[in-house]
Design a protein around this ligand. Structure first.
Ligand SMILES: Cc1cc2nc3c(=O)[nH]c(=O)nc-3n(C[C@H](O)[C@H](O)[C@H](O)COP(=O)(O)OP(=O)(O)OC[C@H]3O[C@@H](n4cnc5c(N)ncnc54)[C@H](O)[C@@H]3O)c2cc1C
Length: 458
């Protein structure tokens, strides 16, 4: 059975995201339903802080004992959005703007807190989804430095401009914008069950709260636990989750307006370490380790080792947290029987970089608009929700599947190969490389791979 060290658990949900038997529940704290647990141990392996372990025996805690009860009146909505992150907030905004009665619930008091994100985002992609408030912007990003296992730096300057943003402010404001359009926000509500009911779905909260909705939007992030209750197979395989630990680092050698991505089997097994500048000598620094190469607490160990290696022993770390990023393919099915899956819950993340903010927002926008279409004419027509699935598949979904194909090509490259590629790139030109240049340098001697890589993007 699984034992939890609560003093180490950061409530990131990595363990929940890989749990096939839905035995883990993250409400005010993490709990295990031992009657469901199959002791596969995957949750233990992917925990970035090493808060879980397999134990011989213990006293099983029943789901009822964990939940507590504070029954209230049932709340009824046209659309209930579970999760107030970027995906849920955008879905709620567009559904409410279209005149629907919308509720959003989130387990936390304040959405986006603690921040579980590197907070890097493309300016154009963000501006396409919403009006950017200058209060969100911490620092501009004008280039990327990729660092090979042995320390060879590859400078990429021809890239779209980016920002490092403050997710705590941005996420709260996105929910606020939905509320201003008429959505009702219910903080500190953890939905523990969702089930089909006559004319829609019924949802229950951990403290006995009850909701009924004609249309359900599941935006509950990487855990995607509720989707499993409705028949989606969203449990992540070890190769599809990046287990991350990250912190704010202050040091004079923090870059000003460039991102850094460091690769190598020691730095970040099958993942990468990032340095994203926040301005004023500070940066978001983190490490992601692929689940297949995970071990209890490995991401945290890698973070400390990386910070020491990159900045020396005098770097100051604050706000150490952990999180999980889905890095596989997005969920094939996004809609079923009056319910839609959006954002990390639908695995709509760039599998190569782990970037998911604007994809989540885009998916939320499409889902919210599809809900409005489905309610048009006074009767709910669930088949119209499929428009969300179609638009996603034809647009960003298509691009992400190509990126996934590229990821499959590069994920297994060993340190020596990565170094060789970096050497080849820097021998050609030291700067102003675009992605095409990188592909040519990386795969130039293997025409078939080069063709495949170029097809991914062009
Ligand atoms: C370490 C790390 C670094 C990252 N860095 C970047 C980056 O630099 N750039 C980028 O673009 N992306 C990054 N991402 C990915 C990005 O954070 C996500 O893709 C994005 O937040 C997805 O938005 P979402 O709304 O789908 O999910 P989330 O933002 O995770 O929101 C889900 C919400 O659902 C709530 N919730 C969950 N379960 C329940 C429940 N049962 N009941 C009620 N509420 C519930 C949670 O409290 C949460 O507020 C990173 C992720 C991690 C973990």
């Amino acid at each position: 059975m699984i034992e939890i060290a609560y003093d180490r658990c950061d409530r990131c949900g990595c363990c929940v995201s890989v749990c096939r038997s839905n035995a883990l529940l993250l409400a005010e704290r993490l709990s295990v339903d031992h009657s469901r647990c199959i002791s596969c141990g995957l949750c233990v392996r992917v925990c970035p802080f090493g808060a879980l372990r397999m134990a011989e025996s213990g006293t099983p805690e029943s789901a009822a004992a964990r939940a507590g009860h504070a029954e209230g009146a049932e709340k009824s909505y046209d659309v209930l959005v579970v999760g107030g992150g970027p995906a849920g907030a955008m879905a709620a905004y567009h559904a409410a703007a279209g005149g629907l009665r919308v509720g959003i619930v989130d387990r936390n008091e304040r959405v986006g807190v603690p921040v579980r994100c590197g907070e890097a985002v493309g300016v154009t992609a963000l501006a396409e989804q919403t009006a950017i408030d200058p209060a969100w912007v911490l620092a501009p990003l004008r280039g990327t430095t990729m660092v090979s296992p042995s320390g060879i730096e590859v400078l990429i300057d021809r890239m779209a401009e980016g920002y490092v943003v403050r997710r705590d402010i941005m996420d709260a404001q996105l929910v606020q914008r939905a509320v201003e359009r008429g959505a009702a926000y219910h903080p500190r509500v953890t939905i523990v069950s969702a089930s089909p009911a006559a004319g829609g779905h019924e949802c229950a909260g951990a403290r006995g709260e009850r909701f009924r909705a004609t249309c359900l939007v599941l935006a509950d992030g990487v855990e995607s636990r509720l989707a499993r209750q409705l028949g989606w197979a969203t449990a992540l395989a070890a190769e599809d989750i990046s287990s991350c630990a990250f912190a704010h680092v202050s040091h004079p050698r923090v870059p000003v307006d460039r991102m850094e991505m460091h690769y190598g089997s020691t730095v970040a097994p099958r993942g990468y370490a990032w340095v994203f500048p926040r301005g004023q000598g500070a940066a978001n620094v983190g490490v992601g380790v692929l689940g297949t190469h995970g071990a209890p607490g490995r991401a945290l160990e890698c973070l400390h080792a990386f910070v020491k290696r990159r900045f020396g022993g005098d770097a100051q770390l604050a706000g150490i947290h952990c999180g999980g990023v889905p890095v596989g393919r997005w969920s094939k099915r996004l809609v079923r029987e009056g319910a839609m899956l959006v954002g990390d819950a639908a695995r709509q993340v760039d599998p190569l970089t782990g970037g998911g903010i604007t994809h989540a927002m885009h998916a939320g926008t499409l889902a919210g608009k599809a809900a409005v279409q489905a309610f048009q004419g006074g009767t709910f027509r669930p088949e119209r929700l499929r428009q969300y699935e179609r638009s996603w598949a034809a647009g960003p979904g298509k691009a992400l599947l190509r990126t996934y194909a590229l990821k499959r090509m590069v994920i297994g490259l060993d340190d020596a190969t990565l170094d060789r590629i970096a050497r080849r790139i820097t021998a050609r030109r030291r700067s102003s490389l675009g992605l095409a240049g990188i592909c040519v340098a990386a795969f130039g001697r293997r025409p078939l791979l080069l063709l495949k890589a170029l097809m991914v993007y062009w």
